[in-house]
Write a protein that binds this ligand. Structure first.
Ligand code: ADP
Length: 398
């Protein structure tokens, strides 16, 4: 029995069929360029890739094509799939655990769109079309903000007028929660301890850090939106909010233009013209000064957060790298933790150079802090959360 995990974005939908118990991914795929003349649906099933290029008018058409391809590959959606798990970016103050979806839940997620205008509307679209096409199985929403719902008030609160903040739902919510929860849990299992003080570095296109004490997050770098914190592929991360006012007043930019600048044309892309870390590394090798500066800014910010979280945790047991950059870029891992022997952090260069898809330790034996690389698996985490909700539901109905 498997769970279909759906991650619906504005112009693309990623899906994966996962067996929650074994962790096996049965099939995975992607619908791309929705709304454009030349769309594409790709399905990987048992290591074989099939592709369907055609116009995909909207999310409904995209998912219908994807479901047809799954059926043609031999998946009986009606009987093999027990539930659908939907990744939802913003759960606001309302949703802090995986939630069985009904019409009211869809409406509430939609109402949270003011907090996540780029993310929640396409998430809702994905939920609506999947519920239409697979009406007889349960659908569950798993929220990216949920893990951070219990952040201590000191970490969750912005120092602005309390009434303005309260009226407008302004607080630090945190994102990538499914990944931070999954990875910190895997580190606990791996090291056989549940009382760990950990820092998790999720470094993908989007990037965030969390500080986790005994499984509970005490801080994270993203805030009201996924814009705060680290330097990312196309997002600035932390900047002086005065920059926004300055641009508004002096650069003839309206709010949408500033939003676009900070979310899509900043970070590595803004500094070096590329957001893909592999291309950035190539440019640095070719002697590109902008790329070298972008890398330095990226590492500088990362080290600042590591230092801050180390102090806030008081004692540090483990630092873990995950996601595309964290799992693959050994230079980033080495540079982020260089010269920290005085803090008990020693990366072993040979262990760090190993390429592997498995969770592994990369610190030296005499490092007081264990440094790890743990591949994230948000789809598996969503599938497991979905199955849990469905089985609790079944018990309560019995
Ligand atoms: P997303 O946030 O889109 O899920 P990923 O976690 O897939 O992102 O990470 C994407 C990033 O990982 C890209 O910047 C990509 O260049 C980087 N990446 C992937 N493989 C490697 C690699 N072998 N070396 C360096 N960076 C890599």
């Amino acid at each position: 029995m498997s769970v279909l995990v759906v991650n619906s974005g504005s112009s693309s939908v990623k899906f994966q069929l996962v067996e929650p118990e074994t962790g096996r991914s049965v099939a995975s795929g992607l619908v791309e360029q929705i709304g454009e003349p030349e769309g594409r649906v790709v399905l990987e099933f048992h290591g074989e890739e099939t592709e369907n290029r055609r116009e995909i008018a909207d999310h409904g058409v995209g998912l219908a094509v994807a479901f047809d391809m799954l059926e043609n590959a031999g998946v009986e959606l009606g009987s093999d799939v027990t539930a659908v798990g939907h990744r939802v970016v913003h759960g606001g103050e309302i949703f802090y655990r995986p939630t069985l979806i009904d019409d009211e839940v869809v409406k509430q997620i939609s109402d949270l769109s003011a907090l996540a205008p780029l993310h929640n509307p396409p998430n809702v679209l994905g939920i609506e079309v999947a519920r239409e096409q697979l009406p007889s199985i349960p659908h569950v929403a798993v929220f990216d903000t949920a893990f951070f719902h219990s952040l201590p008030a000191a970490a969750a609160t912005y120092a602005i007028d309390r009434e303005v903040a309260r009226k407008n739902g302004i607080r630090r919510y945190g994102f990538h929660g499914t990944s931070h929860e999954y990875v910190s849990g895997r580190v606990s299992e791996f090291l056989g301890r549940d009382d760990l003080n950990q820092i998790v570095l999720h470094l993908g296109n989007g990037a965030s850090v969390s500080a986790v004490r005994s499984g509970v997050p005490i801080d994270t770098s993203m805030g009201l939106t996924p814009l705060e914190g680290l330097v990312m592929g196309t997002r600035s991360g932390d900047i002086d909010p005065g920059v926004v006012m300055h641009l508004r007043r002096n650069a003839d930019m309206d709010v949408d233009a500033i939003d676009e600048l900070l979310n899509r044309h900043s970070g590595l892309k803004g500094l070096a013209g590329v957001n893909d870390f592999r291309v950035l590394a190539q440019k640095i090798d070719d002697g590109d000064d902008d790329a070298a500066l972008a890398y330095d800014v990226y590492i500088h910010r990362l080290r600042k957060y590591i230092g801050a979280y180390m102090v806030n945790l008081g004692r540090l047991d483990a630092i873990t790298f995950t996601a595309g950059v964290g799992e693959n870029a050994s230079a980033v891992r080495a540079d982020a933790l260089a010269s920290l022997e005085g803090f008990g952090i020693v990366v072993d260069p040979e262990r760090n150079a190993v390429r592997s898809k498995d969770a592994r330790v990369i610190s030296a034996d005499d490092s007081a802090v264990t440094v790890l690389v743990v591949p994230t698996d948000e789809e598996l985490a969503i599938a497991r959360a979905t199955e849990q909700v469905v089985s609790e539901q079944n018990v309560s109905e019995e």
